[in-house]
Write a protein that binds this ligand. Sequence first.
Ligand SMILES: Nc1nc2c(ncn2[C@@H]2O[C@H](COP(=O)(O)OP(=O)(O)OP(=O)(O)O)[C@@H](O)[C@H]2O)c(=O)[nH]1
Ligand SMILES: [Mg+2]
Length: 236
Amino acid sequence: MSEAKTGESGRSNVVVKVGMVGDAQVGKTTLMVKYVENKFDEEYIMTLGVNFMEKTITLRNTEITFSIWDLGGQREFLSMLPLVCNDAVATFFMFDLSRKSTLNSIKEWYRQVRGLNRNAHAFLVGTKYDIFATLPTEEQQDIDKMARKFAAAMHAPLIFTSASHSINVQKMFKVVLSKVFDLRCNLEQIENVGEPLLLFTDSPTAGSGSAGAAAQQPGSAAAAAPAPAAAPATAT
Ligand SMILES: Nc1nc2c(ncn2[C@@H]2O[C@H](COP(=O)(O)OP(=O)(O)OP(=O)(O)O)[C@@H](O)[C@H]2O)c(=O)[nH]1
Ligand SMILES: [Mg+2]
């Protein structure tokens, strides 16, 4: 759960815990480090257990601290899943857009996480869009279609990212804020096959475009700031 308190600055501070799960090497740690430190590392360093990072942003008069928990994707670390998803308000279900098997695994990750936390907002996040973009069109269409189907079944936003090319990384966290605080999201959706998808209205289905997007006005690329009163006041 999020935690609301007033800091020395007089601003209210809210903690938003986000859990990251998905197969080994899909790019969970890389995405977290990219968002928090704006760094990209080509080298793979397997996460042994759980990683944790924080980033605080200010929106109007509210400080939001993202507390990001990243579980190593090797099966042996599954016992640590409760650390990552208990009390999380959002879960990123992550797969590698260039390895379809990692998308298939999402079913099992979803089952495991939902068994522990049914309240967190689910996000389906494809990684390595830069590699995906070099795949044959047919392959891209196949993965795109399957990802939309999964996202619809999960009632989850669907976001294709690239940590190496800084695609949709910041935007993804803005969508988190809009979902967690039930705010209108001012980001423009990206919805065509082959593009780095950014779909956050309720049911992103294949080819449906922005059905139900009437309330999502394209505009400045930012989620509206939550009024302090809108922030959950429950302590963890
Ligand atoms: N081209 C490209 N490579 C990426 C991207 N994101 C991650 N990688 C690479 O993918 C490899 C695996 O990334 P990690 O972030 O360590 O993967 P992980 O999901 O944390 O893996 P585990 O800790 O074993 O669960 C690394 O070599 C990264 O450099 C991306 O957006 N584009
Ligand atoms: Mg890792």
